[in-house]
Design a protein around this ligand. Structure first.
Ligand SMILES: [Zn+2]
Length: 245
């Protein structure tokens, strides 16, 4: 179990970073078409992992009302954290006037990846299929996220090497997050369902507040159909791991 958590945390952070760096080598025209598709798919995996995986699993271990209240509280907390720029998933490649400065991007990314590590560990502590499904959702949303971060860091004048190094440091927080959660939750397992509720809140918030607004800009019928198909593909990927549960 410990090794699985370690493996998926490393892949969900450093592995994703290397994939994102490769995506950034693609010509801009391809990247522009690729990233929204990745975002649609990631939205499906996040919602699938929350509603098909973590919420049913958490509800088996905790009273329904206290679980729901924790989930609701989590959504409010992530709203406040986003206000504090600790929690952001911008996929705009063009930095706007309000775009956070480089240190803020890195701090926000570092904090976000720490939470992703906690999410991965709490899912694996519940069951292996839940852990794998949740890790896939982390990997799927982190790729477009890191591509966006790289683009902003490069546009703000950092060299490729420095952008990779700083982004790598910010991404590596997934590992301490996962290790902390593993050792802490292993001893206090009554907390696991509530951490699953907070993890579900983070996935739902990310999907609906950060990822879908970007997708709404493509209003054409074909674009909507493609987004829907990729959304279902994302949900379907997660459903495979929870079939018959
Ligand atoms: Zn993430």
């Amino acid at each position: 179990m410990f090794l699985l958590i370690l493996l998926f945390s490393i892949f969900g952070s450093i592995g994703v970073l290397l994939i994102s760096a490769l995506v950034l080598l693609f010509p801009e025209s391809i990247r522009y078409r690729l990233v929204p598709n990745l975002v649609s798919y990631a939205t499906g995996t996040l919602l699938g992992a929350a509603f098909l995986g973590m919420i049913p699993a958490g509800l088996k271990q905790a009273p329904v009302f206290s679980f729901s209240v924790t989930l609701l509280g989590g959504i409010v907390v992530f709203f406040v954290l986003e206000k504090l720029v600790l929690w952001r998933h911008s996929h705009e490649e063009q930095p706007s006037q309000q775009t956070a400065t480089v240190p803020l991007i890195l701090i926000g990314d570092g904090f976000h990846n720490l939470v992703d590590g906690v999410v991965i560990a709490s899912a694996f502590l519940t069951s292996i299929p839940l852990g794998i499904g949740v890790s896939l959702a982390v990997i799927a949303h982190e790729i477009p996220q890191e591509v966006g971060d790289f683009a902003i860091l490069l546009e703000s004048g950092l060299s490729r090497g420095k952008a990779l190094l700083l982004n790598g440091l910010a991404s590596s927080t997934t590992l301490p997050g996962a290790l902390f959660a593993y050792f802490w939750l292993d001893k206090t397992s009554s907390w696991v369902p509530y951490i699953l509720a907070l993890s579900s809140a983070s996935f739902i918030y990310l999907a609906l507040s950060d990822l879908t607004p970007g997708l709404r800009k493509d209003v054409g019928g074909m674009a909507t159909l493609r987004q829907l198909l990729l959304l279902f593909a994302g949900i379907g990927t997660i459903a495979i791991f929870h079939h018959g549960q």
